[in-house]
Ligand binder design. Structure first.
Ligand SMILES: C[S@@+](CC[C@H](N)C(=O)[O-])C[C@H]1O[C@@H](n2cnc3c(N)ncnc32)[C@H](O)[C@@H]1O
Length: 322
């Protein structure tokens, strides 16, 4: 029998290398940073006081300072597994000491479980068939969006306004599948390219106009979604969102993701938000485009429970307390 390299690679248990540890740390840190940004907005705080039940995270703590992270001297808490904590420089407290008056956020199993979120997202990414996957978002934007998907309640809906090839939709849906969350994602697009730009869009040097994003026929996108085993998580809605959103009757929307790159599409998404009584989380991509930005400003002036927060370049979070 010929022992090929491939055979060896797949038979041998891979050794944990320094590289994989660093990679894991980076990935978790990226998500931790995104979660912190989102939670800071939700709690209306400049800085968050956080407690960790999970010891592994301590290596990141000093890096959080730039996003308003604050850690108290007694930062590590333990349950019964006191063995986990070895360093004598860290003050240990019993888990019963955790109180909301002392901390804004508590990370750990059965609270906001960063390790579980990171593990689930990694699994979701590994399960997605790469040849079938195309998202327009960079890794920083994806980490914010997926943090929200992790945080929103079960049995609710996400509406994506402008979904193109549904790469982001597929990632969000796969994450819900892995997390065992019953979330329905409504992915809205013309599936025939951009409508014509209007005057507010033309104030910008980059104008998204008719003829762009045309290579996403709905039949092909539906096939991709079925191929990924996500049929029950995603519903495609075809047409100009200025029309389709007026007919979409949903009362459990927890997250609206607006990504049309145009004034009209963004305005239609925000008008839809006005009809929802539960103040869903709203994320707007390409928020510094003049047309998109104008639609956001008109919305927040009109509907001032919502405040606009820039979390990543060109990526805004509109948040209103429940
Ligand atoms: C930047 S792409 C969306 C990218 C996608 N959200 C992602 O993360 O990969 C913008 C999409 O918005 C759609 N779009 C723009 N205006 C629209 C409108 N008024 N109605 C429906 N779709 C629209 C375009 O057809 C295009 O596919």
């Amino acid at each position: 029998m010929v022992t090929t390299l491939r055979h060896k690679l797949f038979k041998k248990k891979p050794k944990k290398s320094a590289f994989t540890l660093v990679e894991k740390a980076h990935f978790t840190f990226l998500l931790a940073k995104a979660l912190f940004k989102v939670l800071r907005v939700q709690q209306g705080k400049e800085k968050l006081r956080a407690a960790f039940i999970d010891f592994e995270l301590l290596e990141f703590t000093e890096l959080f300072i730039d996003i308003g992270f604050l850690i108290e001297e007694a930062q590590v808490y333990y349950n019964d597994d006191a063995q986990k904590i070895e360093s004598n420089q860290i003050i240990k407290h019993s888990i019963e000491d955790l109180s909301h008056s002392r901390f804004d956020v508590v990370f750990g199993p059965d609270k906001i479980d960063l390790q579980y979120f990171a593990k689930s997202l990694k699994e979701a990414m590994q399960e997605i068939k790469y040849y079938n996957f195309r998202t327009c978002l960079n890794v920083h934007k994806l980490s914010i969006l997926t943090s929200l998907v992790y945080l929103i309640p079960d049995n609710s809906s996400i509406v994506e306004v402008g979904s193109y090839k549904c790469g982001t939709t597929i990632l969000m849906a796969k994450l819900c599948q892995v997390l065992n969350k019953k979330i329905k994602i409504y992915a809205l697009d013309t599936f025939q390219g951009m409508p014509a730009a209007t005057n507010p869009d033309r104030l910008d040097s980059s104008v998204y106009d008719t003829g762009m994003f045309m290579d996403n026929p709905i039949e092909e996108i539906q096939e991709k979604i079925d191929d990924q085993g996500l049929g029950e998580f995603i519903a495609l809605v075809k047409g100009d969102v200025a029309q389709t959103l007026t007919h979409l009757e949903l009362n459990n929307v927890s997250l609206l993701f607006l990504d049309t790159d145009q004034y009209k599409g963004t305005q239609a998404g925000l008008n839809f938000a006005k009809k929802l009584t539960n103040n869903p989380h709203i994320i707007v991509d390409d928020s510094s485009l003049k047309g998109v930005s104008q639609a956001i400003d008109e919305f927040t002036q009109d509907f001032n429970a919502y405040k606009r927060h820039n979390l990543v370049t060109n990526f805004d979070y509109l948040f209103a307390p429940k």
